[in-house]
Design a binder for this molecule. Structure first.
Ligand SMILES: [Zn+2]
Ligand SMILES: [Zn+2]
Length: 287
């Protein structure tokens, strides 16, 4: 039974995430059962960064434009923690055979320590992901995706964006202990422009190893995000710096994306030297 070998999907969005218009916790549970997934974590967005939006930015869709203030900053909708927790409970009642973990994806937790700490203190979250989606450019916060656009203020080039990203990710790890899993360490690859040529992890090996080393020394888990499957080189560096735990995450924003690419990616991670943890719900661990 191949399906029972799938690792937990520890990074899933539903209708409780502001950017998941097609999300559904209920349908995601049904899909998890269909796939034979034993464990699923619903990690909704907690975003406090007010991104700069200029006309032409990818972020400025009609729906999002409604939340742009007079200062041309986007106001991310708050997480409805009560509604979310009630939905988790309803799904646990309805799907007793599925292990349903609560969770949150903290955007730039090192910039919002007090608010993130208050959220975690007030509710039970089994999985706290730390995510970097943004960079400060000339004192203003930009979502990475928009930094490749001609509207971005600084001409960083994809190479510069990747290096700035990894430097900020290192600061995030060093200055915040609120999250247990570093999400999508390769986030800038998602919007990497074709004309820049293929992304080559080896070009950033030193920076990646620095981030991974800090993460390993703090005893946290590396997420292998499967949206754009994380490159094997980076997982191997994680092993080499002594990283212990791997968390798999589809980053699904709709039920059909649940556990995407998990078979191939878990085989790759196993080849590097990690294996399922103590029980089926655990992170994968180094052999
Ligand atoms: Zn994210
Ligand atoms: Zn996410």
């Amino acid at each position: 039974m191949i399906a029972t070998m799938l690792p937990p999907d520890n990074h899933v969005h539903t209708e409780w995430s502001w950017d998941a218009a097609h999300g559904s916790m209920e349908a995601s549970c049904a899909r998890a059962v269909e796939l034979g997934l034993g464990t699923i974590a619903f990690t909704e967005h907690m975003d406090l960064t007010r991104w700069v939006i200029t006309p032409g930015c990818k972020g400025a869709t009609q729906r999002e434009a409604l939340r742009v203030g007079p200062d041309n900053r986007f106001n991310p909708p708050p997480l409805d923690t009560n509604g979310y927790q009630a939905s988790i409970q309803a799904c646990r009642d309805r799907y007793p055979g599925l292990r349903i973990l609560s969770g949150v994806e903290l955007g730039e937790p090192h910039w919002f320590g007090d608010q993130c700490a208050a959220l975690l203190a007030g509710g039970a979250y089994d999985r706290a992901l730390g995510s970097l989606h943004s960079l400060q450019i000339e004192g203003e916060p930009w979502i990475i995706d928009d930094l490749y656009s001609p509207y971005a203020p600084a001409d960083l080039e994809p190479d510069g964006i990747m290096r700035a990203y990894l430097a900020e990710a290192l600061r995030m790890i060093q200055s915040s202990d609120l999250f247990a899993v570093l999400a999508h360490i390769d986030y800038p690859v998602r919007a990497w422009p074709a004309e820049a040529g293929p992304f080559e992890p080896a070009d950033y090996e030193e920076e990646y190893r620095g981030v991974l080393d800090a993460l390993a020394r703090s005893g946290r888990a590396l997420e292998v995000n499967t949206t754009v499957p994380l490159r094997a080189e980076i997982v191997r560096w994680w092993y080499e710096v002594g990283g212990d735990a791997v968390s798999f995450g589809s980053d699904a924003h709709r039920p059909s994306q649940l556990a995407r690419n998990f078979l191939e990616v878990s085989a790759m991670v196993e080849g590097v030297g990690f294996r399922p943890g103590r029980d089926a719900h655990d992170f994968w661990r180094r052999r």
